[in-house]
Design a protein around this ligand. Structure first.
Ligand SMILES: [Ca+2]
Length: 274
């Protein structure tokens, strides 16, 4: 069902209007990031944060990226976004020295740009972060068509110390192939498998099989999209050690995360309920 708001948004975010908005967004950096924690299930504290772009100019960031991907400024947008995300998180890193991970989403076509690594190194060099705090999340969709090139690229990034995550595993047709061929440091399993996990023995079996693969290949495993307590408990029972999802934390502004990390209290959902 379409309501009138959707029509207005679709109209606004179409055609020339969106090109002008994209230029405005890039030139004036009219965006920021929210940060969503990834939680260690043993300690119930965040091991790191995924940076997610937010802007008033596009209600849905996916629409921005989709539109921007057809322009010649897509790579520039990606790099400016990475720079801003790392510089933002660096403020927390400097004041806490906890060296938590910061996860950034990178489109495969931008990762494949010959300037990507140099620019990333330069951005990193201007912060107090180290390469092994940076997890680069990639979605496998475009990778498999060019697997040799991406394997080399991923290898180069890993040699520099960066960590590679394959995102949304289980959603795309070739994500299992990507895990085998690219040998990522982290596998993030799609939220489809977390939803009603406690009620679905088939989802439990599927998660367990990937958890086992990760365990035996020294790969970290993250289950995304945990929204209710019974699914969290089931995840823990079948061997999941890191989760992300609204039950533990929504994406929050830098200020909120900073306060949380500075206070260093375990004032998360669970201790609040104790
Ligand atoms: Ca992601």
């Amino acid at each position: 069902m379409i309501n009138s708001n959707d029509v207005i948004v679709a109209f606004e975010e179409d055609g020339r209007m969106s090109i002008a908005k994209i230029n405005d967004l890039i030139d004036n950096e009219k965006f920021e990031h929210h940060f969503q924690g990834l939680y260690d299930l043993q300690t119930l504290t965040p091991i790191g944060y995924e940076a997610l772009l937010r802007t008033d100019l596009f209600k849905k960031p996916e629409i921005l990226f989709e539109k921007a991907s057809h322009t010649n400024r897509f790579f520039e947008l990606e790099m400016r976004s990475i720079k801003k995300a790392l510089q933002s998180y660096d403020k927390i890193n400097q004041s806490t020295s906890k060296e938590k991970k910061i996860l950034i989403n990178v489109f495969p076509s931008n990762l494949a740009d010959p300037d990507f690594l140099d620019q990333l190194n330069k951005i990193l060099g201007e912060t107090t972060l180290s390469a092994n705090q940076i997890m680069i999340e990639i979605n496998e969709s475009e990778i498999i068509q060019n697997v040799d090139y991406f394997s080399a690229m991923v290898n180069e990034l890993q040699t520099e110390g960066y960590l590679i995550a394959i995102d949304d595993v289980g959603k795309g047709v070739s994500s299992l192939q990507a895990i085998v061929e690219l040998q990522p440091d982290i596998v993030k399993m799609d939220r489809f498998f977390a939803k009603h996990l406690a009620k679905s023995s088939r989802k439990q079996e599927m998660v367990k099989s990937i958890v086992t693969y990760c365990y035996n290949t020294d790969t970290k495993f993250v289950l995304e999209g945990i929204e209710i307590l019974e699914d969290l408990e089931m995840a823990k029972a079948i061997g999941v050690s890191i989760v992300q999802g609204f039950l533990l934390a929504r994406p929050e502004s830098l200020e909120v995360i900073r306060k949380y990390e500075m206070d260093d209290k375990e004032d998360n959902y669970f201790s609040a309920k104790r």
